[in-house]
Structure formats: C-alpha cells, structure tokens
Ligand binder design. Structure first.
Ligand SMILES: [Zn+2]
Length: 309
C-alpha cells in the first residue's frame, strides 16, 4: 500500500469474522427469536448491518474484495463466537495467502483442548483468542496449560483480550454482557508467559485500560506483544491525559517496534475495513517521526515473522 512512509505491505492483525453462526448465536438470545431457518428477522429489526449467508465463503470473499480495494495484503479474521472454527477455516482454505484464521475459545468448556488440537492440526488455524472476562477464568489456571502447550507445539499465537471489554453488537441488541473484569488483568499472564517463552501472547488495544500493566509485564517477557487495533477510546477512562500518540511513543520505548502489531478491529459490513483507524495511526507515526523500517515492522513485518516461525 502507498503510505506516507513509502510503499509498505499492510497486514491487519485484528479483524472479526461475523459469520452466520456468530449471528445465529446472538439471535438465539433475543426474546423474539424464532427457530426458523431464517435467523435474521429479529436481528434486522435492531441492526442495519448486512447479514451473511450460511456459506462462510461468501463473507470471506467480501473481505478479500475489501482488502483488494484498500491495498491490504493479508488480514487476521477471528471467528468471534466459541465453536465457529470451521467458518474461518473454510475462508482461509479458499484464500490461503490473504486470510489468517484465528478462533475464539472458551477454555472452561469440556471440549476446549480437543478443539484446540483440531483447530491447529486439522484446520490449520493460526491463533487462539481468549476472553478471560467473558468466560470467567484466570489466564494462569492449570486447565489452560495444555492449551498453551498445544498452541506452542503448532507454532500458534495466543491472543488475550485483557482490560475493558465491550462487545458493541451485544449492546446494540440490548443483550446483557455478564463480563467480570477481575479476570482481565494482563498481570495474570506474567507467570504463564515465562513458562512458554516461545509462545507469542498478543494483548490487543495497548492493554485496553491496563496500559501500565502491559508495559510492566512486556518489559519482563519478550514474548508479550500488543496490537494497535480499534479507536482505543478506552483512554477516556484514564485518570490522566493519554492519547494515541503517547500510547505509541511509550510502547515503542518499552516493547520496541518489533512487538507492536498493527490492527483495526474491523468487523461488519457495510462499514467494512476501518481505513479511518489506519489513517489515524499512520498520522501519529508520522508526527512521531518513526523511521519507515520500524513502521513496516508494525504494519506487517512482525505478524509475518510470528506466522513463519
Ligand atoms: Zn476485536
């Protein structure tokens, strides 16, 4: 892609795949949901989004076209409801050079380890996404260890959503989110990251409220990464002034450019790829006079390196 830093390949390391299964899971929670084949009437009443057909390939194609339109090389697409591994696997099979498939895992479910093994061994998925506040577990719990072990054995990546958690679509639908932030502190990851030094852990959104904690543990564990995704508007909850420029400057200082992954948190159509998020971040990097090679590491080099281990 042509950027103010020259021609740089861009890989979005954080976007969501809102599949038919994702929406049917939400629809089932709505009071007026029906068990009919068409899950969408109840959703359409509340959301003016495009809803995907059952075949995930169609939505996958939509994302590839979106990447082409913006000049994006590759994109991480996260299956965003537990049990949806097959959707992103199908999409990645259809476009192996463009789609990097990750999946949400609820590690408290009985079949969690079996799912992880199948995802890496049979489906070729690349990353596990954990949401401790959503599924109410601590990242250091013993039941998580075989999951980390398996991810490490397959050269996978573990994405860990810490900090403030808001699932916008649930709020829009008026669905309750019984999340518990006591599980969401990145400090929970400290011991685990030491046990698995070769397993990369990505804490998105600069820690999403736990910026200080992210910096503290990342300084001590070289396998802790962050991503820059979303508008990062959690900064408004901080008791001191904090903006995107400060986030980048301090993270560059503590983690270095090799542990920052560019991401947008794009998720639904018709909005599509969040060029506004990309532009805002590039503007900040320009103002900070970050050298082009470092920008290239953040925009694509780092995630490419992690995937090629
Ligand atoms: Zn996200």
């Amino acid at each position: 892609m042509q950027t103010p830093f020259g021609e740089i390949s861009v890989i979005d390391a954080h976007a969501h795949f809102f599949s038919h299964r994702f929406f049917s899971t939400l629809a089932a929670e709505l009071p007026d949901s029906s068990s009919d084949v068409d899950i969408y009437p109840a959703l359409r009443k509340r959301l003016s989004w495009e809803f995907p057909e059952t075949d995930p390939a169609r939505l996958g194609g939509r994302w590839v076209a979106e990447m082409d339109r913006h000049g994006i090389s590759r994109m991480v697409l996260i299956a965003s409801v537990p049990g949806d591994e097959d959707s992103v696997a199908a999409v990645a099979r259809a476009s192996p050079d463009r789609i990097i498939p990750y999946f949400m895992l609820n590690p408290t479910s009985d079949d969690a380890l079996a799912r992880v093994k199948r995802a890496f061994a049979d489906l070729g998925l690349k990353g596990i996404c954990l949401f401790p506040a959503m599924h109410r577990f601590h990242l250091w719990e013993a039941r998580l260890l075989p999951i980390y072990e398996t991810a490490a054995a397959y050269g996978g990546i573990v994405f860990v959503h810490c900090g403030h958690l808001k699932v916008g679509v649930r709020d829009k639908l008026g669905l309750p989110s019984r999340f518990e932030m006591r599980f969401a502190n990145p400090v929970d990851l400290h011991g685990v990251a030491k046990i698995f030094p070769n397993l990369p852990f990505v804490i998105p959104h600069f820690g999403c409220g736990y910026f200080r904690e992210l910096l503290l543990i990342a300084d001590q564990c070289a396998n802790i990464y962050t991503d820059t995704s979303s508008s990062n508007d959690w900064v408004r909850f901080m008791p001191y002034p904090l903006d995107l420029s400060t986030l980048f400057a301090k993270t560059l200082q503590v983690l270095g450019p090799e542990r920052i992954l560019f991401g947008t948190d794009s998720s639904f159509f018709p909005r599509g790829w969040r060029k506004d998020v990309f532009d805002a971040q590039v503007q900040v990097l320009e103002a900070l006079h970050v050298p082009s090679p470092q920008v290239a590491q953040m925009l694509s080099g780092n995630i490419a390196r992690l995937l090629n281990r």
